[in-house]
Design a protein. Structure first.
Length: 222
């Protein structure tokens, strides 16, 4: 994680960790909010994109990269690809957020619409990898991606060493994985709490059942 922080430092600044009295009162605890909305794409995932793309080989950069996303991951890869002069192709489902799709396109990536949901777009990205020889970037199963997003948790524990728990949203899981790695490396007493919508419970079920599962994704939450 320390090496990832060194790699992303020229491109991304640490984000603030703010405390709000009203939030403390509402929750009955001392709470701080990590403002990843200050990132260039408004989300923490850009940390992983910059760390991963910065370490692509010359051959991978020449071939270009492909990935699938419903929005933030795609923006992350598009932003990082633009920094390092790599052509990126982002596969998105037909109903993807039009503002995020416009952002991906505006950042210089090619956008390919395919299928009803993320899994349809992911399968198509894998097909394009085989057809064109792209370097496929998985949205979660990428050590360099996770190391990059883990720098968010590293900043939290540096800015507030007395942190008892880190609460993270769970979508693809890279942010939660990064938080777990950092928390256990720095202070095994820090609890990491992943939160997932009941309308998209696959990660929660996989965690509770200790096995990979598939489930519905009916939430409108981004």
């Amino acid at each position: 994680m320390l090496s990832a922080r060194r790699r992303i430092a020229p491109y991304l600044q640490p984000t603030p960790l703010y405390r709000y009295a009203a939030l403390d009162e509402l929750l009955g605890a001392r709470v701080r909010v990590k403002h990843e909305n200050h990132q260039p794409i408004g989300a923490f995932k850009v940390r992983g994109g910059v760390n991963l793309v910065s370490q692509l080989s010359e051959d991978e950069r020449r071939r270009g990269i492909v990935t699938a996303s419903t929005g933030n991951h795609g923006q992350s890869i598009a932003y990082a690809a633009g920094l390092f002069g790599v052509q990126a192709t982002i596969c998105v489902p037909e109903g993807a957020n039009p503002l995020k799709v416009a952002s991906i396109h505006g950042l210089g990536a090619d956008v390919v619409f395919h299928g009803r949901d993320f899994d349809d777009a992911r399968i198509h990205a894998e097909e394009l990898e085989l057809e064109h020889g792209y370097r496929y970037v998985h949205s979660g199963d990428e050590p360099l991606l996770i190391a990059g997003v883990a720098t968010e948790a590293l900043e939290i524990l540096e800015q507030e060493p007395e942190t008892d728990a880190i609460v993270v949203p769970v979508g693809g899981g890279s942010g939660a994985a990064g938080a777990c790695i950092v928390a256990k490396a720095i202070d095994a007493g820090v609890e990491v709490i992943g939160v997932q919508s009941a309308a998209a419970p696959a990660a929660y079920r996989a965690w509770s059942e200790r096995r990979p599962v598939e489930d519905v994704m009916n939430t409108y939450a981004e």
